[in-house]
Design a protein around this ligand. Structure first.
Ligand SMILES: Nc1ncnc2c1ncn2[C@@H]1O[C@H](COP(=O)(O)OP(=O)(O)OP(=O)(O)O)[C@@H](O)[C@H]1O
Length: 390
């Protein structure tokens, strides 16, 4: 805790009053000397003890944000507060923050045990051996303690880096694409492992990634970042089910976005004329005040049936489709269906073995429950985030 106290003196104001016990970024901005603004006034509250993911495409400003929190980059304006202390101007080593990078940077000549002990030995901390032993048990590397880094797999080396960071008991652990160098299978198992470790130690983890599946698997809260701003923040389910922008709708999973105009607004439902068909959207999922919008529906929420089948009344029924592509991908069949207005919609049908599989050229109708639809601002780019998220 002493490092935290020092950081208060270091920080300009140290406003401990009305404090927030997590990590708080206020109007945080970074403009690089070449004039490029990488982070544009972001406000972010990361609850203490949460597993928080900062998710966005390459170049959106995630690493810059993380480096400002770590003290490796100084903000152009705005503030960083941690557990009630202003650390905006604190030196990196005075912040109760540790970072795990993609390249774990272990000391090759030291064994695993000494790699984890290194910082504590230098600071002459008491009980180093017990603390290191405890950490190696946590990351399940106790039996490997006397091996050199080169004798371990990539995933094991990453766990050593994690143990080395956690042994300092930081207030916040920053993870910058820590699994980026691992192959897919190892990544998946490390994601589950990291989540277990975070639950066990109960520290705040801030994980930076461009991989939406990784963010959604691990984090309890995800902030989606795009071009230096936070587009939306929430639980993975909230972001997925109720995206507020075309970028989030396309970057997290896939969405069908269909142009329409609002014809009626009731207290809890909005009616939209979508290419001549009236569809309902719950008011809580309407994210535009304008008359024009994009009706959004996720591909797995759309049912496909024979023309005239009245699939799921009183759903939103969209007749007149023609199957233009069929891909069998094991768990589901993925259709492209060309609609009368020329647009192709994507439909994912679970392979339950109980529903008909359609062929290219067949006439179909589509249907979805109104509660699954959302409505976005028509002025937004309908393809925003689609390339990066794919
Ligand atoms: N020192 C610098 N000077 C000028 N521009 C920079 C500097 N560092 C980064 N940038 C630019 O700022 C933007 C954000 O970079 P940042 O590394 O924060 O993005 P990121 O979201 O972490 O991306 P990635 O996942 O590729 O690391 C990029 O366009 C990058 O080119």
């Amino acid at each position: 805790m002493s490092s935290l106290d020092e950081s208060v003196t270091e920080g300009a104001t140290g406003q401990a009053a009305a404090s927030y016990d997590g990590l708080r970024l206020t109007a945080l901005t970074k403009r690089y000397p070449n004039g490029f603004t990488a982070v544009r006034g972001i406000d972010l509250d990361v609850p203490r003890g949460s597993f928080f993911a900062l998710l966005g495409p390459s170049g959106c400003g995630k690493t810059t944000t993380l480096r400002m929190v770590a003290g490796l980059e100084s903000p152009t304006s705005g503030s960083i507060e941690l557990a009630g202390n202003d650390i905006t101007g604190a030196k990196p080593y005075r912040r109760p923050v540790n970072t795990v990078f993609q390249n774990y940077a272990l000391f090759p000549h030291l064994d695993i045990f000494e790699n984890v002990a290194f910082g504590m030995r230098r600071r002459k901390v008491a009980d180093v051996d017990a603390k290191v032993g405890e950490m190696l048990d946590l990351v399940e590397l106790g039996p490997q303690a006397r091996k050199k880094p080169a004798q371990l797999s990539g995933g094991q080396q990453q766990r050593v880096a994690l143990a080395r960071a956690l042994v300092n008991q930081p207030e916040v652990l920053l993870l910058d694409e820590p699994l980026g160098a691992l192959d897919l299978k190892l990544r998946r198992s490390m994601q589950i492992e990291l989540k277990r470790i975070q639950t066990e130690v109960g520290l705040t983890f801030v994980h930076v990634t461009h991989d939406q599946e990784e963010a959604m698997t691990m984090a309890d809260t995800v902030a989606v970042m795009n071009a230096g701003v936070i587009e939306q923040m929430g639980s993975p389910a909230e972001l997925y089910e109720n995206p507020r922008s075309t970028f989030v709708a396309n970057f997290l999973g896939q969405s069908n976005l269909i142009g329409g105009s609002v014809v009626r607004r009731d207290a809890d439902v909005v009616t939209v004329d979508m290419q001549g068909i009236h569809v309902s959207v719950p008011a809580a999922r309407v994210h535009t005040d304008g008359d024009q919008g994009w009706v959004g529906i996720r591909p797995e929420k759309v049912l496909v049936g024979d023309a005239g089948a009245e699939l799921d009344a009183p759903g939103n029924t969209i007749p007149g489709g023609v199957v233009s592509d069929v891909s069998f991908v094991g768990v589901s069949t993925q259709y492209l269906v060309r609609m009368p207005w020329g647009q192709e919609l994507t439909v994912f049908a679970q392979n339950t073995g109980r529903s008909k599989i359609f062929s290219v050229g067949e006439q179909v109708e589509l249907s979805w429950r109104p509660e699954y639809a959302f409505l976005l601002d028509r002025s937004q780019d309908v393809n925003a985030g689609a390339e990066e998220g794919a």
